[in-house]
Design a protein around this ligand. Structure first.
Ligand code: UT7
Length: 337
């Protein structure tokens, strides 16, 4: 008789934030912005950024080590790193992270789906485990957007922060707490210019260095358009994954959305007909940490007690590409370290 497939089960979580805290007041003292503007438009009060010379892998290693400790595991069969800010354009950063965690030899690769990266990585990890070839995966989401935003651009400097979050997934059964029961993913490349770093890739390089511009090396985002797509896609992806796993909106105890903007999270929750307190919010404390945002929020949720064993959780994200996704899982009994 054919065995039913293995499910990815969450076994541990962890996070890492850089030490340099940047408050709204500090930003207001060096550029044309205000605490009032940033708080009202985004809900963000502060963010953390890396010191000069630090890189995404430094945060990823720390978050990964904490997730392994939370899971009580010293080794895994694969390491995935969701990031848009790798240490170098080539090679991928995941092998270096794996080696620094003492995991030299395991398969390790990057996943780039910008702010949807963690949900995309979760789908990949789930697939690797479901195949039966891997019994455990360390999935890390880490980004240092402070290294790609234009330091003088108030629209992005005020929104993004650096950080890393991680999750250990192990093979298990669908009826165990922690089981990832369903994942939905989608993309629309027609929207690629809404969130983009234009230069530094093959398009600009093949055109010759004369095509390079100073502004082209920086991250740019058409905020208003992204806002509308984010609300629409995060809402629909949530409904799609609920449909896939057979839950109703009322069954969901906690919605852990990509922490881009508190107004987006409030609008998604209201549009779904959920009470406002169903949204986990930590964007006020860390800003938009891109691929790190959901696993940092999960780690915060464990620490605050918002995430407890048996709670039905939906993750949902929208990001550059455009890309989006959602996942449904029942939370396990784990501690954040
Ligand atoms: O993580 C991937 C997914 N990302 C998202 O989901 C982000 C979605 N977008 C947003 O969260 C919002 O669009 C932002 C927070 C990025 C911007 O808020 P907004 O209300 O959409 O503002 P806006 O971009 O339409 O700009 C309105 C005005 C502009 O001035 P003018 O042209 O009207 O004179 C901006 O220059 O606000 C100005 N502005 C600022 N003013 C003070 C932009 N940033 C700032 C700032 N302080 N930090």
């Amino acid at each position: 008789m054919r065995r039913s497939r293995e499910f990815a089960v969450v076994a541990g979580v962890g996070a890492s934030l850089p030490s340099r805290l940047v408050t709204n007041e500090e930003l207001a003292s060096r550029m044309d912005t205000s605490d009032e503007w940033i708080t009202t438009r985004t809900g963000i009060r502060q963010r953390f950024v890396v010191e000069p010379g630090a890189a995404t892998s430094d945060l990823a290693v720390e978050a990964g080590a904490r997730a392994l400790k939370s899971a009580g595991m010293a080794a895994v069969d694969a390491v995935l790193l969701a990031t848009t800010t790798p240490d170098h354009p080539c090679p991928a950063t995941a092998p270096s992270v794996a080696s620094r965690l003492g995991l030299t030899g395991v398969p390790a690769f990057d996943v780039n789906a910008v702010c949807s990266g963690f949900v995309y990585g979760l789908a990949v990890a789930d697939g690797l485990i479901a195949s039966g070839a891997f019994a455990s995966v360390l999935l890390i989401g880490a980004d240092t957007f402070s290294t790609i935003v234009d330091g003088d651009d108030r629209a992005t400097v005020s929104v993004f922060g650096d950080g890393a979050g991680a999750c250990v997934l192990r093979a298990g059964r669908s009826d165990e707490p922690g089981a990832v029961l369903g994942v939905e993913l989608g993309s629309d490349g027609g929207l690629r210019e809404l969130i983009i770093v234009p230069d530094g890739g093959s398009r600009q390089r093949s055109a010759g260095d004369s095509a390079a511009t100073v502004s082209g090396k920086y991250f740019s985002m058409q905020g208003k358009a992204v806002y509308k797509h984010a609300v629409r896609r995060m809402t629909q992806a949530t409904l799609d994954v609920l449909d896939r796993v057979g839950w109703s909106v009322q069954d969901v105890d906690l919605l852990v959305g990509h922490q881009a903007n508190k107004r987006i999270l409030d609008t998604v929750v209201a549009g779904l007909g959920m009470p406002a307190d169903r949204a986990l919010v930590n964007v006020d404390r860390v800003g938009n940490t891109a691929a790190a945002s959901i696993p940092i929020a999960l780690t915060d949720g464990v620490a605050s007690g918002a995430l407890r064993e048996g709670r039905r959780v939906v993750l949902t994200a929208f990001g550059g590409g455009a890309s989006w996704g959602a996942a449904a899982l029942v939370w396990p009994d784990i501690a954040a370290t």
